[in-house]
Design a protein around this ligand. Structure first.
Ligand SMILES: Cc1cc2nc3c(=O)[nH]c(=O)nc-3n(C[C@H](O)[C@H](O)[C@H](O)COP(=O)(O)OP(=O)(O)OC[C@H]3O[C@@H](n4cnc5c(N)ncnc54)[C@H](O)[C@@H]3O)c2cc1C
Length: 390
């Protein structure tokens, strides 16, 4: 990573220790295996076991529940580094941590004591079940229902594009506990849902990139969840709870975009000094310099936006505008830098033997997931108006 980028935001000694440990792990245990795992679309089970040992599944969870209690700021740097090596790894912890933080921020004391220590070790691992075949952006249109029968909710419906749902064993599931509620969000709730009878993984989806990690269609057929798994214990607050969690998710996705943008830049800076045309390294051609200049500027700006959003999250303030700006800008930076890196690498950028084509395939997910970039701009504009009354 370039020196200028390392110095873009300051870092505490503790952060430096954690990030150095992570860098060593990524270099020795991950990087040598990425190419084969990604090509085979194989779940990185051994790497996941090491991530558990490093405490990464609990990195944001309060130490009183067995987590590391890191700040979102440090977390964003972890995600950036992981994504620069292999973005799929950051997905394995991201939706898991949204699930965990949703319980930590909104759960009852009993739920926190019961689930957070198991989330922190990775014994219970998973993510968030929101999207359905008919709706993603318009979450209030979900049709999965949870009917209270005695001391259980009985869940029926379908979800799709659910990350970590094959190899994981638990989700927070967004359901309609009152399908007739008006406004619709008042009938929406979240259930902490461990796999059991009636919770079916129908199929693993084939994807352009983001390989190795499992993203699946799910079916719920009279799946029974104990009523005390309703997050917060009060029905009708599910959408509000999950939207708070998505602020963290957007900071994560922004940091992933940054990681891809950094990897594309670093590869291009190195390659353009080695590859010669017309008697000189291509970095001495002005057309390549223009690309490198734009790519480096995007990385620097994205890093500052990601850090500002993470700091706002750490202050506990509403940060959908900051997270939205970071997500929008940094993920577009990932798209643009991976595309420019492909041009700079010429035919080698198109080769499966180099990393560039993977960055190019991984980047587009980021402009879709955790709220599309169209939605982010709408959120930014709405907040801008709300924060600037005349
Ligand atoms: C690899 C992958 C992993 C995923 N993992 C998860 C997961 O773990 N859990 C989960 O719940 N979901 C997950 N998703 C789903 C993801 O969150 C949704 O795809 C995303 O929210 C968009 O929803 P959609 O695909 O239904 O698009 P739609 O909502 O149908 O949107 C289609 C298009 O219309 C635009 N649009 C929609 N509404 C508006 C509007 N009001 N104004 C302007 N434009 C609008 C969108 O921006 C988009 O361009 C994943 C998706 C992918 C690809």
């Amino acid at each position: 990573m370039s020196q200028m980028d390392d110095n873009a935001v300051e870092q505490s000694e503790d952060d430096t220790l954690i990030l150095d440990m992570l860098d060593r792990f990524l270099k020795s245990e991950v990087k040598p295996h990425v190419h084969a795992l990604e090509k085979a679309d194989e779940y990185p089970s051994e790497i996941v076991e090491q991530m558990k040992e490093m405490g990464l599944f609990g990195c944001l969870i309060d130490p009183k529940y067995g987590g590391l209690g890191l700040s979102a700021r440090t977390y964003a740097r972890i995600v950036e580094r992981m994504s620069a090596v292999w973005m799929s790894l950051s997905g394995i912890i991201n939706s898991h941590l949204i699930m965990a933080m949703t319980v930590q921020r909104n759960g009852t004391e009993e739920q926190k004591a019961k689930f957070l220590p198991r989330f922190a070790t990775g014994e219970l691992r998973g993510g968030i079940g929101l999207t359905e075949p008919d709706c993603g952006t318009d979450l209030q249109a979900i049709r999965t229902t949870a009917r209270l029968e005695g001391d259980h909710y009985v869940v029926n419906g379908a979800k799709t594009w659910i990350t970590n749902s094959l190899h994981g064993n638990c989700l927070v599931l967004l359901v309609k506990t009152d399908p007739a509620a008006d406004p619709r969000h008042k009938g929406m709730s979240l259930l902490i849902s461990e796999k059991g009878p009636g919770f079916q993984v129908s199929r693993k989806l084939e994807k352009l990139g983001y390989k190795g990690i499992d993203t699946c269609e799910l079916n719920f057929d009279n799946y029974r969840v104990p009523a005390d798994r309703l997050v917060g214990g009060v029905p009708g607050r599910g959408l509000q709870h999950i939207l708070g969690g998505l602020e963290l998710g957007r900071i994560n996705v922004a940091a992933r975009g940054l990681g891809i943008a950094v990897a594309a830049l670093d590869a291009s800076v190195a390659y353009s000094q080695m590859r010669k045309t017309f008697g000189k390294p291509i970095c001495e051609h002005q057309a390549i310099q223009l690309k490198l200049g734009e790519m480096a500027t995007r990385v620097h700006a994205a890093r500052l936006l990601v850090d500002a959003a993470a700091q706002a999250y750490d202050r506990g303030q509403r940060c959908d505008m900051e997270a939205g700006m970071a997500k929008y800008f940094a993920t577009e930076a990932g798209m643009e830098n991976s595309s420019e890196a492909m041009r700079i690498h010429g035919a080698y950028g198109y080769s499966k033997e180099f990393d560039i084509e993977r960055l190019y395939r991984d980047a587009p997910l980021l402009v879709i997931g955790e709220g599309t970039n169209e939605l982010q701009r709408i959120i930014i504009a709405k907040q801008l108006i709300a924060r600037s009354p005349v």
